[in-house]
Design a protein around this ligand. Structure first.
Ligand code: 6PG
Length: 478
């Protein structure tokens, strides 16, 4: 009998199933379209001996040893709820359902509060990761995770011998951590796209040379999977035209929604994740291609006469480094806020550790981040001495890159969002005194004075119309 069952043989599901079989677990698989199941089985080679293909849900359930554990690898939303309902009718009360797709953690909270044993696990690493070792972020009742941990520990990526699988906390904690991972993924990708834009449009570099820059950076502090991916895609030629493949790809970014979930959640938590927000907004803007093309004709170009930007590649590298630290700091601050809000004890250093291998945002920096987060729980990652020193040493580069790009009219949404976050964060006396004054003037919302602990001061404000002092809000005098 199978040790575990898996439903959903799409790209990620199929890869995960093969990984499970390769790690010597027997598994039963089912897919709503049976032809996909038989094709998967036929292509599974020597791993077929560990796989039981099934063509009805009844035979799938019967093929798994009780108490059963069933992994769902399905698109987020309704499909998962419908599948749970269908399975519920066939399962024993203590059989466990595991949603290992990208779920909204609120759905996972709801599903794990039901009668059916249920846990949500975030899996990262794309197809390659799912096949050969993903990063695993689990949530739900610990006793349910313990039942399947040996399987997930076995299939997870390893970083210098340590397993990249974690139980983050109860209910939707695992899917929440995966959502933040994806928010950071969006931020990271957009920052790289920003520097790509500078090199392509500002410095007139071709894809091949840009690929060479990414390749070099991948040997330094920026070493990461996404820089490696960027190097490889920038260096690839189109088999049809012979041009750089990047140059024939339409500039409209897709998105399945996890980046949006991350920024919506950050807003609900009151955590500023400006770099993620800029990255999501930039994908949305990219989709408005027709509007962008029209606007290009309306406005005069910012870069006069095609003058090239002159930026040293090393300066660009250090600017990206600074922005990246800020993007990650925002993500970890969001996890910290959620931990307090939802009563989880999300282990930030351990989360950084499971991101060191297998997942999309894996990067050389995460090992130091794990150490910095462990040093002083609750402290913003950007203020940890190791990262504060790096930020201080590179902030000038980020500043000059953003300034030069802005002057040239090259959009750098993620880099500038990072820089603005940094500048706001390091400003002891900000400008919110004016916001408070405006709020009190038009709505009598009150403000706190710097020389008093009382929270509820009002004006009195000058009335612009009457040029006289008015007590309290000016709204009444307008
Ligand atoms: C991962 C990825 C993955 C995500 C894709 C596409 O960790 O393996 O985050 O879960 O679905 O990267 O995401 P978008 O379509 O939203 O870009």
């Amino acid at each position: 009998m199978a040790d575990i069952g898996l439903i959903g043989l799409g790209t990620m599901g199929a890869a995960l199933a093969l990984n499970i079989a390769e790690n010597r677990f027997d598994l039963a698989v089912w897919n709503r379209t049976g032809s996909r199941t038989s094709a998967f089985y036929d292509e599974s080679g020597k791993l077929a001996q560990r796989i039981t293909p099934t063509y009805t849900l009844e035979s799938f359930v019967k093929a798994i040893r009780p108490p059963r554990a069933i992994i769902l690898m399905l698109p987020a939303g309704r499909v998962v709820d419908d599948m749970i309902t269908e399975l519920d009718a066939l399962l024993d009360p203590d059989d466990l359902i595991i949603d290992a797709g990208n779920a909204n953690f609120h759905d996972t909270n709801r599903r794990s509060a039901g009668k059916r044993p249920f846990i949500g696990i975030g899996i990262s690493g794309g197809e390659e990761g799912a096949r050969s070792g993903p990063s695993v972020m689990a949530g739900g009742l610990r006793k349910y995770w313990d039942r399947v941990a040996p399987i997930f520990d076995a299939i997870a990526a390893k970083y210098k011998g340590s397993t990249c699988a974690i139980w983050a906390g109860e209910a939707g904690a695992g899917h929440f951590v995966k959502t933040v991972h994806n928010g950071i993924e969006y931020a990271d990708m957009q920052m790289i796209a920003d520097v790509y834009g500078i090199m392509r449009d500002g410095m007139d570099m071709n894809s091949q040379s840009i690929g060479g820059v990414f390749e070099r950076w991948n040997a330094g502090e920026l070493k990461s999977y996404l820089i490696e991916v960027s190097w490889k895609v920038a260096s690839t030629r189109d088999v049809i035209t012979g041009l750089a493949l990047l140059d024939v790809i339409l500039d409209k970014a897709g998105q399945k929604g996890t980046g949006q979930w991350a920024v919506i959640e950050a807003q609900q938590l009151g955590t500023p994740v400006t770099t993620m927000e800029a990255a999501v907004a930039s994908r949305n803007l990219s989709a408005r291609r027709e509007e962008r093309i029209q606007a290009e004709l309306v406005f005069s170009p910012a870069m006069i006469g095609g003058t090239k930007m002159v930026i040293e590649i090393d300066v660009l590298e250090r600017a990206l480094l600074a922005a990246k630290i800020i993007g990650y700091a925002q993500g970890f601050a969001m996890i910290s806020a959620a931990s307090a809000r939802f009563g989880w004890a999300l282990p930030l250093p351990d989360i950084a550790k499971v991101w060191r291998a297998g997942c999309i945002i894996r990067s050389a920096m995460l090992n130091d981040m794990a150490a910095a987060l462990a040093e002083a729980p609750g402290r913003n990652l950007a203020f940890a001495p190791a990262f504060a020193d790096k930020l201080d040493a590179t902030q000038g580069d980020l500043r000059s890159v953003v300034a030069d790009a802005t002057r040239a009219g090259i959009a750098v949404p993620a880099l500038s969002a990072s820089l603005n976050w940094f500048d706001e964060m390091r400003t002891g006396r900000g400008t919110a005194n004016l916001i408070q004054a405006q709020r009190d003037y038009f709505g009598r919302h009150g403000f706190q004075r710097i020389d008093s602990d009382l929270a509820d001061h009002h004006g009195p404000w000058i009335s612009p119309d009457k040029d006289s002092q008015v007590p309290g809000t000016g709204a009444m005098n307008m």
